[in-house]
Design a protein around this ligand. Structure first.
Ligand SMILES: O=C(O)CCC(=O)C(=O)O
Ligand SMILES: [Fe+2]
Length: 230
């Protein structure tokens, strides 16, 4: 899973937030879809996380490296059967560094070592409300890859869920990186557009989103929850 060969020019959406359309070619999209199918087989099942309010998210998620649940990381899937989460694959680390190079330039990429991946699946009804990715102790950038149906990705500001925000269409193969002053910006997915994906991406329907993150948690930590939000 090497660095992609072709993409459109990056667009800066907010300081530190960069959209690179078409970053993954169709072969790489298909490769990632096949890998996601494997990752979704276990040891931890893909599940819709339950929020402290009792509501279930409409997005289904499986994690690698560290299991995320609202609002913490753990080595074991404490809210999904208790199995130990699958290791974070080296090839996703390489993909993350290539992504950072594409978004920010090669100088930023070498020291990027993500240790957690969240793989989200959206059916046509799934949404994600405005939130900040703040359960990581590290403020290293988040790398986000989209495959399948196009979505509206709302990218806001670090202060509030409201304006200003920008609605970006994320299509199959697009890369979005947010770090620096935008690392804690609110963001969400208000809509998925069914039937918009090229079936050659490997996904017949729905949308996959993979985010790569640096948790900042010590690798030897075990099954306890860390970095909890109150
Ligand atoms: O699906 C997306 O594009 C965003 C996912 C996201 O914000 C998250 O997993 O925290
Ligand atoms: Fe997020």
């Amino acid at each position: 899973m090497g660095a992609p060969l072709f993409s459109l020019p990056p667009r800066v959406v907010a300081p530190g937030a960069v959209h690179v359309p078409g970053w993954l070619d169709l072969d790489r999209q298909r490769e990632l879809v096949a890998a996601c199918r494997e990752w979704a087989r276990g040891p931890v099942p893909m599940r819709a996380a339950r929020l402290p309010s009792g509501h279930r998210m409409s997005v289904r998620t499986v994690c690698l490296g560290w299991h995320w649940y609202p609002y913490a990381y753990s080595r074991t899937a404490d809210d999904a059967g208790g199995a130990r989460v699958a290791p974070f694959p080296d090839r996703l680390g390489e993909l993350g560094r290539a992504a950072l190079a594409a978004a920010y330039g090669p100088a930023e990429a070498a020291d990027y070592h993500p240790d957690a991946a969240l793989i989200n699946f959206y059916d046509e009804h799934a949404r994600m409300g405005m939130h900040r990715d703040e359960d990581e102790l590290s403020r290293a950038p988040v790398v986000s890859l989209s495959i399948g149906d196009t979505c509206v990705f709302r990218f806001g500001n670090p202060e509030s869920r409201g304006h200003p925000h920008t609605d970006v269409q994320l299509c199959s193969g697009d890369l979005f990186v947010f770090g620096g002053p935008s690392r804690l910006a609110y963001h969400g997915v208000p809509a998925v557009r069914p039937g918009t994906a090229d079936p050659a991406c490997g996904l017949r329907s729905g949308r996959l989103n993979i985010t790569l993150r640096v948790t900042g948690l010590a690798p030897e930590r075990g099954g306890e929850a860390c970095a909890s939000r109150t």
